[in-house]
Unconditional design. Structure first.
Lengths: 344, 283, 147
């Protein structure tokens, strides 16, 4: 489908036009960072920050999701209403798009799909945005994430000097930009030049390829290196909640006399109670076990089960961790230590 | 400040070599600019990893309880951190002789944005109440700098405005519990938020639940808070917890003439009483 | 909601009943062993579940059945009350009193005053948690299930 262009100064009116038909979610300023929020007007949008503080996962996988309402006495169960307006999710960064792709594997693929996630996901139109300059903590290059294109978006905006080049990937996306001008050769060349520019990532690529790392991680399950890594972690869920791929949840009921609500809420494997059994047994009682689980899950088990690594290199966890637990350093340290171990 | 670093490294190496301590908890170089990170030194030759600069912001006493089983610990602690250590000793979580406190007269630290934190600008104790090793000459050093007093601003508003401000701050909270986990005084094996029978507050980020979490946590640290600012600093969403934390500690001082962690002999404000305590508010 | 300590305030309420002292029926009493048992969480939970006001009442200082419970309570309540007013909750939603077992008439008086002041404040809205059940679903849920 033909590429289109949109002058940067026309962005807000483009969004205002979308707002007539759709609910539009885009990065909005909130204090000294931005968050993905529903727009009231096109000019609410804020693209000043590298990426929103929280990932896009909360649009399809909200922190509080009502599952159903029930009457304990009569056993009546009612599901939440469907049919919201369709949602246009605009300005999703490549790392967050990769996060959505990872969440899709768990929640909307295979035999058992999560109907709540599927409903939100199928009712939305994804518009990605390119990321020309990586941030201080970014390491998406390790996962070969394309910062200038995406195959799960309907549209993909690439910011050039005064305008956006829009790659059109689906018919659904095409409908939204049918009135925009087609891109010229010069615009396409400029976008290619931009994408070809070398980008500076602060931490170097890891010495061991991710393939080998996943394989070796599980072999070193009993290694004392996990104690070293876990020692400074304080066990909060800051990393978990800002992560685009983390998807652990809990289900709780809340009652008002006979009427109740069952909800799904975000949970984190970093909390001690996460694995507490009803019997009182807890397979992961200390921080070492929990950190090991987090890293193995993201870089080994998920790779084995789903074929991709459950990390997009967005760097939010590095940014928000109160004690500077840096996954880039950990991966480097692990691959070097494991390399030594395999040599022996 | 550079002298402090050399001295801290020297002392740590000495303590480890003489086997006076099994581990030194201190600050090391972080992977990000304008930050330091907690490090744990067990061998004297590793002492050079310790750094000391204006970005030594973390309250390291949060690690004392889980590491005390290793043996005697040395800890690099700012005076506000020492306050929390004193509170931990008072609450019998750790014994005085189990910890070797390396402290100093503190001119205040800098957050990663380069600004002086609220707690430093309003610091009550620039010299450590107790210590084993004093780095520097212990004389008061204070740098007056630009900071935003967002607490006084809060205090000066009318109740309805305060409610709106409080609601707006709490709305940012994602219930990650970084504030609770960064706080050395929050060491309960089961926090009230985790209790399911009865369930005091729900999971997820419902607003009234989150408000209650913050109000009750502030009350749980009443008279025990060392005003180190670890909670505010840990928050990934920038929730400003300083006003409610400060209000509680001010009440401790105004109503009960007590400040946490300054006097190892003085019991915590809420674990004692006087016969003539403030009573006017009771019918 | 009124949290009344078993030995003094609850007995005082009982005496009010025996003495036929009238007081408004808006109060729901919860008996606790001592005013010191009352946790800020109890009070906040009551507010969150829709109580327009909370009263906590115990023995007069010096008269506590457990000797010191109400002294500790006094400090805790001062902290909680100041905190709630600080964040902007209306002054008077949460109140405290010392009522002894012999003060039947006084108990009815306290309840009258507290009820009046809370009525003046109007229904509580600030800390109230709603399950946010959409109206049409609520009516469906509350209807009878088909056999």
């Amino acid at each position: 489908m033909k590429e289109k262009i949109l002058a940067k100064e026309k962005l807000t009116s483009f969004l205002d036009e979308l707002l007539k038909t759709y609910r539009v979610v885009a990065p909005v300023s909130s204090g000294n960072y931005s968050l993905y929020r529903t727009l009231e007007h096109g000019d609410d949008i804020c693209l000043d920050y590298l990426r929103p503080m929280k990932s896009a996962k909360e649009i399809f996988f909200p922190q509080n999701e009502p599952l159903f309402y029930f009457n304990k006495r009569t056993n009546k169960v009612v599901e939440p209403p469907e049919g919201e307006k369709s949602t246009v999710l605009f300005g999703v960064t490549p790392c967050d798009l990769a996060g959505i792709a990872a969440q899709d594997r768990i929640l909307s693929s295979g035999t058992f799909k999560d109907s709540y996630y599927v409903r939100r996901r199928s009712q939305s139109i994804l518009i990605g945005i390119a990321c020309p300059i990586p941030g201080e903590t970014c390491f998406c290059n390790v996962f070969d994430i394309d910062r200038f294109a995406s195959d799960i978006t309907d549209l993909f905006f690439i910011p050039l000097k005064d305008l956006y080049l829009i790659r059109v990937n689906t018919e659904q996306g095409e409908k939204l930009v049918e009135n925009l001008r087609e891109a010229k050769e010069a615009d396409l060349r400029e976008a290619e030049r931009l994408a070809a520019q070398p980008a500076e990532f602060k931490e170097a690529i890891m010495p061991l390829a991710l393939e080998e790392l996943s394989h070796l991680l599980t072999e070193e399950f009993e290694s004392p290196i996990w104690d070293d890594i876990a020692r400074k972690c304080i066990g909060c869920a800051a990393c978990t909640f800002v992560c685009p791929t983390c998807h652990c949840f809990d289900i709780t009921d809340e009652m008002r006399r006979d009427i109740g609500l069952r909800s799904r809420t975000w949970d984190g494997c970093m909390f001690p109670m996460f694995t507490l059994h009803a019997s009182g047994h807890n397979p992961r009682t200390n921080a070492t076990q929990r950190i090991r689980q987090r890293i193995l899950h993201k870089f080994a088990y998920f790779k084995d089960n789903q074929g991709i690594i459950s990390c997009t290199g967005c760097g939010r966890c590095v940014e928000v961790c109160p004690v500077n637990v840096d996954i880039r350093q950990i991966l480097k340290y692990l691959s070097e230590t494991l390399k030594e171990a395999t040599k022996k | 400040m550079m002298d402090y670093q050399t001295e801290i490294r020297r002392k740590s190496a000495e303590l480890l070599k003489n086997k006076e301590v099994a581990m030194v908890i201190g600050y090391g170089a972080a992977s990000l600019p304008n930050r330091t990170t907690p490090i744990f030194i067990a061998k004297p030759e590793e002492a050079d990893k310790l750094v000391f600069n204006q970005f030594c912001t973390n309250n390291l006493s949060v690690y004392l309880l889980r590491l005390k089983e290793i043996g005697r610990l040395a800890i690099v602690a700012k005076p506000c951190d020492v306050r929390t250590i004193v509170c931990l000793i008072q609450e019998k979580q750790i014994e005085r002789q189990q910890v070797h406190i390396i402290s100093f007269a503190c001119p205040g630290v800098k957050d990663s944005d380069g600004k002086l934190p609220y707690v430093c600008a309003n610091c009550l104790v620039t010299k450590p109440p107790i210590y084993d090793t004093l780095i520097g000459d212990g004389r008061d050093v204070k740098q007056a700098e630009d900071f935003v007093d967002n607490v006084k601003e809060f205090f000066s508003r009318l109740p309805q405005e305060r409610w709106e401000m409080f609601k707006a701050e709490i709305a940012k909270c994602i219930r990650c519990y970084a504030c609770r986990n960064a706080c050395p005084m929050c060491y309960c094996k089961e926090c009230f938020v985790e209790r399911a029978l009865p369930r005091w507050i729900g999971e997820g980020a419902e607003l009234t639940d989150t408000m209650i979490f913050h109000i009750v946590r502030a009350i749980h640290v009443a008279g025990r808070c060392g005003e180190c600012g670890a909670c505010v600093r840990a928050c990934p969403m920038g929730v400003n917890l300083a006003p409610i934390a400060k209000k509680i500690q001010e009440d401790m001082l105004n109503l009960f003439q007590h400040q946490a962690g300054l006097d190892p002999e003085a019991p915590a404000a809420l674990s004692m009483f006087e016969l003539d305590d403030y009573n006017d508010f009771i019918k | 909601m009124a949290f009344l300590c078993n030995w003094c305030s609850y007995a005082g309420a009982d005496l009010a009943g025996i003495g036929r002292y009238q007081y408004p029926p808006n109060v729901r009493v919860i008996r606790v062993p001592c005013s010191g048992r009352v946790d800020p969480l109890h009070i906040l939970k009551a507010l969150q579940n829709g109580a327009d006001g909370v009263l906590v009442s115990g023995c007069h200082p010096g008269d506590c059945h457990y000797l010191e419970g109400n002294y500790f309570a006094r400090r805790k309540f001062a902290v909680l009350k100041n905190m709630l007013e600080f964040i902007g909750l209306e002054e008077g939603r949460v109140q405290f009193s010392w009522v002894s077992a012999a003060e039947g008439e006084r108990f009815s008086q306290v309840i009258k005053e507290v009820t009046e002041s809370i009525k003046r404040l109007g229904p509580a809205k600030k800390l109230v948690k709603s399950l946010d059940i959409p109206n049409e679903i609520l009516s469906e849920i509350c209807g009878e299930a088909k056999a």
